[in-house]
Design a protein around this ligand. Structure first.
Ligand code: SF4
Length: 405
């Protein structure tokens, strides 16, 4: 199988997104965050291409200004770039906010990183990493492709791989240490330049919004684990039913208008009707009734407390009204001597029946054990039966829409 790193990442984040992009070949409409991120990458690439005649800060910002993918009146040299992405800013304010954010990012980047202390070895380096699942067998080889933003040679001869990120959150050191993207880059670099030793390789993610670079390194053992992870992911792709996976990443997904989790938000009123029933009205009715039910439940609870208090104080086991009565019942929390119970049930072949794994308890334990053991348990998980059910969520259409914008 030939697969790009970004496709693998897409599958990990959401199998349906992978399907739209890689199987259905539907081009993902770019979100403004993606356009903005690509543009900042483009400006930094241009900056380093000027090596050794690096521009001044003013020169860098001038390039940024002149090539800004505008739609509302800013300098327009590259307006075609924006049009080619089928994109326009929502309004002038939105564009201004993004534009200023880009200026801030680049200014801070320049002040922190100029003059460069390293030699720029390559920019936007294409690589292919080979993962041999079953050597000597046709089809056992997988090729992973990707592009590394920048490769530097540091004064101590260490090689540094740098990937720029324009996201709004910064991960922990542990997240970066276990980051699959960087492991794949190391794998790709090893193939492209076999003379580079892992111990001389530094892998960095540069979080442009925060002006922070987080570094990590890899051992040969990490590389073997990465290969296993890749093979495992490829197997998952091969048997996947490509279900949507809701996550905060949906906010940046261009397939929302197609995705069954979000499509309804984009449909017009007519499409929301079926057999003369307007589903929006029905959903609103449901939540109104649920609210009334919650009020009634709370009133019932209050009444029950009053009745309970009365019967306790009066020492009564049963109290009567005109429409019904209440009995005082006792509930016991029970436990058994595990060994003795086993002695009785095991010879009858009934012991295993009562030892059924409690998925809720297992979920709690999963949170407390190391990630590699969690992965092991995930691998042996079998879905015995699936059933669909509707889950109500208090978030309104407006709340969802606000979150998406
Ligand atoms: S919107 Fe979310 S769930 Fe739907 S395809 Fe995109 S990432 Fe997957």
């Amino acid at each position: 199988m030939r697969i790009s790193y970004s496709s693998l990442e897409n599958f990990k984040n959401c199998p349906l997104k992978y399907k739209y992009s890689e199987i259905d070949k539907i081009k993902e409409p770019k979100t403004k965050e993606a356009i903005f991120g690509n543009y900042i990458h483009q400006v930094l690439k241009w900056f380093y291409q000027q090596d050794p005649h690096f521009p001044t800060l003013e020169g860098l910002l001038e390039y940024y200004y002149n090539h800004w993918p505008t739609s509302t009146g800013k300098p327009q040299k590259e307006k075609a770039y924006l049009r080619s992405q089928g994109f326009s800013w929502q309004d002038e304010h939105e564009e201004k906010d993004y534009f200023q954010e880009g200026m801030r990012i680049l200014e801070e980047y320049y002040k922190k990183n100029f003059p460069p202390k390293s030699i720029i070895m390559d920019l936007e380096t294409k690589f292919e990493a080979v993962v041999d699942e079953t050597p000597n067998e046709p089809g056992g080889k997988h090729i992973l492709t990707g592009v590394i933003d920048r490769i530097d040679k540091l004064p101590d001869d260490t090689i540094e791989i740098i990937d720029y990120k324009t996201g709004k959150r910064i991960p922990s050191q542990n997240d970066v240490d276990t980051n699959l993207q960087l492991s794949i880059y190391a794998l790709g670099l090893q193939r492209k330049w076999p003379k580079i030793k892992l111990e001389n390789l530094r892998l960095s993610l540069y979080f442009l919004k925060f002006g922070e670079k987080i570094e990590t390194s890899k051992t040969q053992e990490d590389i073997i684990k990465t290969q296993e992870k890749i093979i495992d992911l490829i197997h998952q792709i091969q048997k996947s039913s490509f279900e949507p996976k809701s996550s905060p990443l949906c906010n940046w997904c261009g397939y929302r208008p197609l995705c069954p989790l979000w499509r309804h938000l984009y449909e017009d009123t007519l499409a929301k009707e079926l057999n003369g029933i307007n589903i929006e009205q029905k959903i609103d009715e449901y939540f109104k009734l649920r609210e009334e039910k919650e009020k009634l439940d709370s009133q019932l609870k209050e009444l029950k407390n009053i009745i309970e208090l009365y019967s306790r104080q009066k020492g009564l086991k049963r109290v009567f009204g005109n429409n019904g009565s209440f009995n005082q019942e006792v509930n016991h929390k029970i436990s058994f001597d595990k060994n003795k119970l086993k002695e009785i049930l095991e010879p009858l072949g009934k012991w295993d029946e009562i030892l059924a794994i409690d998925p809720k308890k297992l979920q709690k334990v999963m949170k407390e054990i190391p990630p590699e053991l969690r992965e092991e348990i995930e691998k042996i998980k079998k879905i015995e039966k699936s059933y669909q059910y509707l889950e109500a969520d208090n978030k309104s259409k407006k709340d969802w829409e606000e979150e998406l914008h």
